[in-house]
Design a protein. Structure first.
Lengths: 199, 191
């Protein structure tokens, strides 16, 4: 007969309730809180001077019961736009929770200005991440603080260019491949989302 | 008297089965059932031919009931000529995951100041019934035993050379360069 501690082992000590992770290729992933379908990214997202949703960043998430913190990370590729005015590709990023701008999460990315607007080499892997605090006494979405989260809420990112026609940026884009211009599927990189619910 | 389930509660419901995490210094990392030896990185310059990136390779054995494997490789990149345009490809068992292809570069310029981290990641989906290596979809029947996951890289041309695991400056000086920036490899198995 086994020891009682073998039959009833101590519970795991980590505070991770669940991790939802996936690539924006349309897959559905089932975790303890439900089944989630990721967006499908199949092209480059060209920005403008108005904010637009970043494809692949959106997910409607409901944390498991007892969750105190929700970590969201969106990993994506950016490039200065391959146009005469791409240069440093300055772009601005926002995070939204249930339609409200989480202003604490604002950020901007850019390469260095090379001295010519026609050089659009700047090309990086980037991410937007944030921790939503569900232990707050009242909701303050702007700072990502909530008094609770029991139904599906949309988390997504938006982006825009700094200006037009200079400093334009593209999301998901790869300019080059094997010593020449990228072609086929390699023109873009599918982004990933990672969500961790902590107790 | 307390209930038995109060005394012996169910284990946490986390779907993380295993995390293998290590830097590229040749260390051995022990997982739940298997051990993995990380590659040993050194600061090098790439060429126009693809080469394995030291520290990126792991011969990974799935834990039981794995549905997803998240591969993450964080590598230091530096421009050697102008913007240091670099190409990165991810491989599973010798097959390219073309959907994970990445090209990076700094802004164009002769100063070669561009130094960045590059994040190469993919979530292998093992819930599929048919393997599609290009999309990182691997049927469980095609992942038995150890499978090698690794990154290969090259630069665009000899006019845009790139370096990896490389830092040129430290403490306000380039004296003694190149300095080694070791890469970080993390593999997480999820149920």
């Amino acid at each position: 007969m086994g020891k009682l501690t073998e039959i009833y082992p101590a519970p795991a000590s980590n505070s991770i309730k669940e991790t939802l992770i996936g690539v924006a290729d349309g897959r559905s992933v089932t975790v303890s809180s439900g089944t989630y379908t990721f967006e499908t990214v199949s092209s480059v997202l060209t920005l403008s001077t108005s904010y637009k949703d970043i494809t692949g960043s959106s997910i409607t998430y409901t944390p498991p019961e007892g969750t105190k913190y929700v970590y969201y990370k969106f990993s994506y590729k950016s490039s200065s736009a391959p146009v005469n005015y791409g240069s440093s590709g300055i772009h601005h990023l926002k995070l939204f929770l249930d339609g409200t701008d989480v202003y604490r999460a604002h950020k901007s990315n850019a390469g260095n200005y090379s001295g010519s607007h026609s050089n659009y080499h700047a090309s990086f892997t980037n991410f937007i991440e944030y921790v939503f605090d569900l232990t707050a006494g009242s909701d303050d979405y702007g700072q990502g603080k909530l008094s609770g989260w029991t139904t599906g809420k949309v988390i997504k990112c938006q982006a825009r260019d700094y200006s037009s026609p200079y400093y334009q940026a593209d999301i998901h884009r790869n300019h080059w491949e094997d010593g020449t211009s990228a072609s086929g599927e390699e023109v873009y990189t599918k982004p990933t989302i990672k969500i961790i619910a902590y107790s | 008297m307390s209930k038995l389930t109060d005394i012996f509660p169910a284990a946490a419901s986390s779907n993380v089965l295993e995390v293998i995490c290590g830097i590229g210094d040749g260390r051995t990392v022990h997982g739940n059932e298997n051990s993995y030896t990380m590659g040993t990185a050194s600061a090098i310059e790439l060429s126009t031919s693809y080469a394995d990136i030291a520290g990126s390779s792991i011969d990974y054995i799935l834990p039981t009931d794995t549905n997803y494997v998240h591969y993450e490789f964080i590598v230091k990149w530096a421009a050697a000529d102008y913007s240091g345009i670099c190409h990165w490809r991810l491989y599973f068992d010798g097959n390219e995951v073309s959907a994970a292809y990445i090209n990076n570069a700094s802004s164009y310029g002769a100063s070669n100041h561009g130094h960045h981290l590059v994040y190469i990641n993919w979530v292998f989906d093992l819930t599929v019934t048919t393997t599609d290596y290009s999309q990182g979809q691997i049927a469980k029947s095609d992942w038995s035993g150890a499978k090698t996951i690794k990154v290969r890289g090259r630069d665009y041309s000899s006019s845009y050379d790139a370096r990896v695991h490389w830092t040129t400056w430290r403490d306000g000086s380039s004296s003694g360069y190149p300095f080694l920036d070791v890469p970080l490899l993390t593999v997480t198995a999820y149920s």
